[in-house]
Design a protein around this ligand. Structure first.
Ligand code: AMP
Length: 511
């Protein structure tokens, strides 16, 4: 199915796809009536036991496209101890957890044993689940192989293998692991393979491990949903200019913002912008690739549950996450890779809903804006005049402009003087403590967390469970690699800060 034929399935309902009545009832309880194109294309094929090559990105409903037929097929047969019946490989822990949520939602009328094997969680609990016999095993490649090597897992009973987000697996260096896992699973299995793009390495993998697959392709990566209103917003190039522009935009959108993701290009900007927004009393959280697992999950849960309105994030942290119903996307930075723009904008306007995106652009961003417009095949409208209309006060938004506004009041609470900002930046650049911003102000939650640190660290020391702190690509000498221990890892992080934890907070918390 190509993107041009996405509407061909308009008349198709879930009942037409061959799913079991128990699954149909769960789908209907979830509130879905019409299958998305990838679901309409993949489900009937998967139910017939065929290999499927699905070229689709997140937001297209691809998770249900493999979860629903899998649950239907699992109705026959039973799991045996340590021999999972199905295996789903995900590149990150968050995606794995999301897939588990889908199995819980759509499998509510079934008694499925689901085991989630991800890093950062104790082996013992995961082993117990394997021992009980898993119908569904959802894993990140590294942790799966760890269990296999410990002799706790047999992959010879796997009937269905799902490889999800294959191009992301490639980005993260997981392809050798995937190849190894594929060879451990019986040749007769069914394979459902999903990737947003098909670079040559991925094509090679599909040729090696899929048997005459049915290819289903939806929405090219270069398209942005027509339901998203996209605007460019001019700004001076200094951080305080951009932060001022962003605050004004958020205030102007007001109650229209149900929740928003604010994208930055670098994790250091994520931390700085997060702190600045909190200082200015915005309801903000942050998410970047270096935060520890607990902090990431807590932040994400808060955002999903509506407890946090604004989430500042980097591309790496946000890619692939299913955060439903985001009303706004703000690009604090114009993405350097134009495909990232498409991914970012894809966070809003999902499943036909309307959404808004604002991209803050400075004079230096012109070539990146041009590349994006070329990729998406259209010009993006300017919100309030293009860069040629930049005035002096636009160029110095948070300083001189605001200075006039606030005559006699001094700088706004928490706003650093531009000169100090410049100095701080210079020091950071030179020392390349680079991604360690100085913490002028620590949010209240971080202070609270700091107070609880000793307790948490003591508890962790008692456990001393070896774990892979993050799913890292592995080389040949896997067994020789030094293990890290939970307490070492976590002593160096504070919820909400990850590896950006200011040095003084780490020192204070050592036991
Ligand atoms: P995914 O591409 O799997 O990350 O799914 C994107 C979002 O679409 C998720 O929030 C799903 O719950 C939602 N979704 C999945 N299937 C449908 C459907 N048939 N109709 C409307 N929304 C759906």
């Amino acid at each position: 199915m190509s993107s041009d034929t996405q509407n061909d399935n308009e008349a198709v309902t879930f009942a037409d796809l061959g799913l079991s009545s128990k699954v149909l009832s769960a789908v209907s309880d979830a509130g879905y009536t019409t299958p998305t194109p990838i679901q309409a294309g993949a489900i009937p094929q998967a139910l017939q036991g065929k290999d499927v090559l699905g070229i689709a990105q997140t937001g297209t409903g691809k998770t249900a496209a493999f979860v629903l037929p899998m649950i239907t097929r699992l109705e026959k047969g039973r799991a045996r101890a340590r021999m999972p019946r199905t295996l789903i490989l995900e590149p990150t822990r968050e995606l794995a957890a999301q897939v588990e949520e889908n199995f819980v939602k759509y499998g509510k009328n079934h008694r499925l044993n689901i085991a989630l094997l991800i890093g950062g969680v104790s082996f013992d609990e995961q082993e117990k689940k394997l021992e009980r016999g898993a119908d569904v095993l959802i894993a990140t490649p590294g942790r799966l192989l760890d269990h296999f090597e410990r002799g706790k897992l047999l992959l010879t009973g796997v009937e269905i293998l799902v490889i999800d987000e294959a191009d992301r697996m490639l980005d993260m260096g997981f392809i050798p692991d995937i190849e190894r896992i594929c060879k451990l699973i019986p040749f007769t299995r069914q394979t459902l393979f999903f990737s947003a793009t098909m670079p040559p390495e991925i094509t090679k993998l599909t040729e090696q491990f899929l048997h005459t697959p049915v290819r289903i392709e939806v929405a090219k990566a270069a398209t942005t949903a027509s339901t998203v209103t996209q605007r460019l917003v001019k700004s001076g190039s200094k951080p305080w200019d951009k932060r001022g522009v962003l605050r004004d935009l958020i205030r102007a959108e007001g109650d229209e913002i149900k929740n928003a993701i604010i994208f930055c290009n670098r994790k250091v900007e994520v931390s700085e912008l997060f702190r600045s927004l909190v200082k200015h009393d915005f309801d903000a959280g942050a998410l970047h690739g270096d935060m520890d697992q607990r902090a990431r999950m807590a932040m994400l849960a808060g955002f999903r549950d509506g407890k946090l309105k604004l989430l500042v994030a980097s591309d790496v942290a946000a890619r692939g996450l299913d955060i439903p119903d985001v009303s706004h996307v703000f690009n604090y930075d114009v993405p350097i890779h134009s495909e990232d723009y498409v991914h970012r904008i894809g966070r809003t306007g999902r499943a036909g809903r309307s959404g808004k995106s604002f991209t803050i652009a400075t004079r230096g961003d012109t070539k990146y804006v041009d590349a994006i417009e070329k990729l998406i095949g259209k010009e993006i409208e300017w919100h309030d005049g293009d860069l040629s209309t930049l005035t002096e006060s636009d160029e110095d938004h948070g300083h001189r402009g605001r200075g006039r506004e606030r005559a006699g009041r001094g700088r706004e609470r928490g706003e650093r003087h531009p000169r100090d900002e410049h100095r701080a930046r210079k020091t950071r650049d030179v020392s390349e403590t680079a991604e360690q911003p100085s913490a002028a102000v620590v949010p209240a939650e971080a202070l609270e967390e700091r107070r609880n640190r000793k307790e948490a660290i003591k508890a962790n020391n008692a456990e001393r469970e070896p774990h892979r702190d993050n799913e890292q690509p592995r080389g040949n000498g896997r067994q020789d690699r030094p293990r890290r221990y939970r307490d070492e890892d976590e002593v160096n992080t504070v919820v909400g800060f990850g590896d950006d934890t200011p040095a003084f907070m780490k020192v204070a918390m050592k036991v």
